[in-house]
Design a binder for this molecule. Structure first.
Ligand code: CA
Length: 238
């Protein structure tokens, strides 16, 4: 079993390393948040022990970076004090368990064994097309590094497209997936919402990703869109 310890205080890091080696684990130690992240995306660990207070990237940030990268290695977060806010933030951010300093080595080892048994639990992964990303768990959407605010309907449409990149989805299929039967639907409701979606995910970024396929429906390009050469701020004209 291979364990990564991310802890900047040399004495604590050494204590953890020795205790884990004594248990028969292979142990790597990183002393910064960024260093820990680099280790965690290159090596397959059974468990990551992650301190909250670290230079260059807090434990919270490292955990969020890993989950966003699709790395689901169980994370045991070490919080400096018994702060409820820290524990909630850690667990919300994708940590699997936490331990408050000071802790007993016996408890640390028991928690690590429990996490290793459980293994990495995959949350709904982020859907991507090129630099367009949608996270079904947090309901967030990004174009490259820019977060895009969508209405619930636009979000549902984009999720449908991202689950079927490059496929032509007819207006009927989109209606069935994104509108319930009781909703008052008018003939061009899909077109209206697709246009609104384009105004948010394409036009401001100077790309075309949502293509109209005449007589058939719409298609989202799997490459995330081709450049149109100019970015247009969303507005009334089109
Ligand atoms: Ca620390």
């Amino acid at each position: 079993m291979r364990v990564l310890v991310v802890e900047d205080e040399p004495e604590m890091a050494d204590l953890l390393r020795r205790a884990l080696v004594e248990e028969g684990y292979a142990v790597d130690v990183a002393h910064t948040g960024d260093g820990g992240f680099q280790h965690a995306i290159t090596v397959d660990y059974e468990v990551i022990v992650l301190d909250v207070l670290l230079p260059s990237g807090s434990g919270f940030e490292v955990c969020a970076w890993l989950r966003r990268r699709g790395v689901w290695t169980p994370v045991l977060m070490l919080t400096a004090r018994d702060a409820v806010a820290d524990r909630v933030r850690g667990l919300d951010g994708g940590a699997d368990d936490y331990l408050t300093k000071p802790f007993s080595l016996a408890e640390l080892l028991a928690r690590i064994r429990a996490l290793a048994r459980r293994g990495g639990v995959e949350r709904p992964s982020v859907l991507c097309a090129g630099d367009l990303r949608l996270d079904p768990a947090t309901r967030q959407v990004w174009r490259a590094d820019t977060q895009v605010e969508l209405t619930a309907k636009e979000f549902g449409l984009l999720e449908s497209f991202l689950r079927h990149p490059d496929a032509v989805l007819s207006r009927e299929v989109l209606l069935r997936r994104c509108w319930d039967f009781t909703a008052e639907t008018y003939s061009n409701v899909v077109d209206v919402h697709v246009r609104a979606l384009r105004d948010k995910i394409d036009r401001p970024f100077g790309v075309t990703s949502l293509e109209t396929v005449r007589g058939a429906g719409y298609r989202l390009r799997a490459d995330g869109g081709r450049p149109t050469g100019h970015a247009v701020t969303p507005g009334r004209t089109r």
